[in-house]
Design a protein. Structure first.
Length: 149
């Protein structure tokens, strides 16, 4: 239930792009801005709209705060531009350093009076947002580090 938005889009996936680019239009400082956001993987529906994105850290070095901030910034821009967008993943072969975990925690915290039951959810507006998931690739398996289930 807490990750229902992610599960709901899985049947809609029509194609995957490696080194994918998403065209976005977002508001920054009151100005409408157009740009392209790059991800290691972009999953799209039949109409070509982005559903899920992922960045990969395939080194043995820790996944850093900067990597997390770049993913969150790019994902927020995609979320502002697309009603179909449901999730952003950061997949690492090593581990997440404390700074990266702190940035993820800060991005996914609801307000003081938040009644949102969704896990690891980044609110973009009152009714929209996306799930932020951190995944560790260990022993040829994927382990969801955030959110904890």
């Amino acid at each position: 239930k807490e990750l229902g938005d992610l599960y709901d889009v899985l049947p809609q996936i029509d194609r995957a792009e490696l080194s994918g680019v998403v065209d976005v239009v977002y508001n920054e400082d009151g100005q409408e801005t157009q740009s392209q956001e790059s991800f290691d993987v972009v999953l799209r529906n039949r109409m070509g709209h982005p559903l899920l994105v992922a960045n990969l850290n395939d080194t043995r070095e820790a996944t850093t705060e900067g990597m997390m901030e770049r993913l969150i910034t790019a994902a927020e821009r995609v979320g502002q531009s697309s009603d179909t967008f449901s999730g952003a993943f950061l997949v690492t072969e090593s581990f997440f350093d404390p700074g990266a975990l702190e940035v993820a925690s800060s991005a996914t915290q609801g307000g003081l009076l938040s009644r949102d039951k969704r896990k690891s959810f980044v609110n973009l507006s009152r009714k929209t947002g996306y799930h932020l998931c951190l995944v560790e690739a260990r022993n040829e398996n994927f382990h969801l580090a955030v959110p904890e289930l």
